[in-house]
Design a protein around this ligand. Structure first.
Ligand SMILES: O=c1ccn([C@H]2C[C@H](O)[C@@H](COP(=O)(O)OP(=O)(O)OP(=O)(O)O)O2)c(=O)[nH]1
Length: 149
């Protein structure tokens, strides 16, 4: 799949978006900062990535996800938990970096901060009904309803 990308930060010219390995699902997004940014415990801030993409096709979306290492070792995850990139969004990709740990963390300029995954999407057509056409075994059960017998 080909995606138009705008490089909005000259420093990225040397590090064009690319998958790290042939099997990578995510593309690393860098923190396009002019200076180190220290996030205090439980603080969050929008960080520019220097990239804009236009997926164009409503059959696709982008998901911004945390990087496992930063999240697990340092508690740097996303203020919105997951960032959803619409296929018609043309602005700069932003990462809501949230320090959920109890110690301050400094994000260095151009550090890999999050990752972008492109996923297929179905735009459904909804039809209003009084009752669903078929009854399922689960029915309205949820929240631990199975395996209790
Ligand atoms: O982590 C994120 C999340 C979103 N976006 C951009 C792409 C997305 O298409 C747009 C709008 O995001 P969303 O629909 O989640 O925001 P909203 O709060 O519902 O606002 P809007 O009314 O603009 O849709 O913001 C990012 O750059 N990073």
């Amino acid at each position: 799949m080909k995606i138009d990308v705008k490089i909005m930060d000259a420093r990225l010219a040397a590090q064009l978006p690319a998958y790290a390995t042939p099997g990578s699902a995510g593309l690393d997004l860098r923190a396009c900062l002019d200076a180190p940014l220290t996030l205090q415990p439980n603080a969050w801030q929008l960080v520019p990535t220097g990239l804009a993409i236009h997926l164009c096709d409503p059959g696709y979306a982008g998901l911004i996800l945390p990087r496992s290492g930063l999240g697990h070792k340092h508690g740097i995850v996303l203020g919105n938990l997951v960032g959803l990139i619409d296929s018609d969004y043309q602005g700069q990709l932003m990462v809501s970096a949230w320090n959920r740990s109890s110690v301050a963390f400094t994000i260095e300029p151009m550090e890999r901060l999050a990752q972008l995954v492109i996923v297929p999407v179905v735009q459904a057509q909804f039809q209003v009904v009084q009752d669903f056409a078929t009854e399922t075994v689960r029915g309205e059960g949820g929240y631990g309803s199975t395996g209790t017998a």
